[in-house]
Design a protein around this ligand. Structure first.
Ligand SMILES: Nc1ncnc2c1ncn2[C@@H]1O[C@H](COP(=O)(O)OP(=O)(O)O)[C@@H](O)[C@H]1O
Ligand SMILES: [Mg+2]
Length: 206
C-alpha cells in the first residue's frame, strides 16, 4: 500500500485553518478518500491533555522553553500514536498545525533558537514532513477579530499583543519562501468557497 498524503494547515489565530480543514475533509471524503482530520497540539487523548496544559491561561506564566517542549511532547505522541499509523494505512491526513507552528510561534514569536527546534523535530518525527502545507495568510488585526468573535473562551495565545502575531506571520512567510515547493500561501481574506476551490486545485496536483 502506498503511503497516504500528509497535508497541514498553518497561520495565525482566526486565519481560517480549521474552517478550510473541515471543508477539505468533507470534499475529499465525498471523493471516496479515507481522511484522518486531526490537530496540534493534540490529536490523541494523551496529546490533548498536553494541549490543555500548554494553552490554558495561568497566573504564574509559562517559560518559552516549557511551551516549546510541551508542543513537542504532544507532537511525539500524536505522530507515533496516530499520524504515522494513518499515513501507513494510506489515509489522507489533514492536520491543523504541525512543526511549522512551533517554528513560527516559539521560534519567530518567542525568539527561541531555530537549531533547537530542528533538533526537537528530528526527535519527534525523524522521517516525516508534510507533503503540502497551506499557509492561510492574514493580518493579525483581522485574524484576532475573527478569533475573538468565535465566542469560545480563547486561550493563552489569543492574549498576546498584535506585535507577537506580526512576528509569527512574518516567520510563516519566511518559511514559505524557504520551501516554496511544499508551501502554498493562500490569501485568507478570500471567501471560504474561494479558499476551498484553491486548495482542491492544489491537491489535484498531488
Ligand atoms: N474565509 C473566511 N472568511 C471570513 N471568515 C472566516 C473565513 N474562514 C473562517 N472564518 C471565520 O473566522 C473564524 C475563525 O476561523 P477558524 O477556521 O476557526 O480559524 P483558525 O482555525 O485559523 O483559528 C470563525 O468564526 C470562522 O467562521
Ligand atoms: Mg482553529
Amino acid at each position: 500500500m502506498t503511503r497516504g498524503r500528509f497535508i497541514t494547515f498553518e497561520g495565525i489565530e482566526g486565519a481560517g485553518k480549521s474552517s478550510l480543514q473541515r471543508a477539505l475533509a468533507e470534499a475529499l471524503t465525498a471523493r471516496g478518500h479515507v481522511v484522518c482530520a486531526t490537530r496540534e497540539p493534540g490529536g490523541t487523548p494523551l496529546a490533548e491533555e498536553i494541549r490543555a496544559l500548554a494553552l490554558a491561561r495561568r497566573s504564574d506564566g509559562m517559560p518559552p522553553t516549557t511551551e516549546l517542549l510541551l508542543m513537542f511532547a504532544a507532537r511525539a505522541a500524536h505522530v507515533s500514536q496516530r499520524l504515522a499509523p494513518a499515513l501507513a494505512r494510506g489515509e489522507w491526513v489533514l492536520c491543523d498545525r504541525f512543526t511549522d507552528a512551533s517554528r513560527a510561534y516559539q521560534g519567530g514569536g518567542r525568539g527561541l533558537d531555530e537549531g533547537i527546534i530542528d533538533a526537537l523535530a528530528s526527535i519527534a518525527h525523524p522521517a516525516l514532513a508534510p507533503d503540502l502545507t497551506f499557509l492561510l495568510d492574514l493580518a493579525p488585526e483581522a485574524g484576532l477579530a475573527r478569533a475573538r468573535n468565535r465566542q469560545d473562551n480563547g486561550d493563552r495565545f489569543e492574549d498576546e499583543a498584535l506585535a507577537f502575531f506580526a512576528r509569527v506571520r512574518a516567520h510563516y512567510l519566511l518559511l514559505a519562501q524557504r520551501e516554496p515547493q511544499r508551501f502554498r500561501v493562500l490569501d485568507a481574506t478570500q471567501t471560504p468557497a474561494e479558499l476551498l476551490a484553491a486548495a482542491l486545485q492544489e491537491l489535484a496536483a498531488l
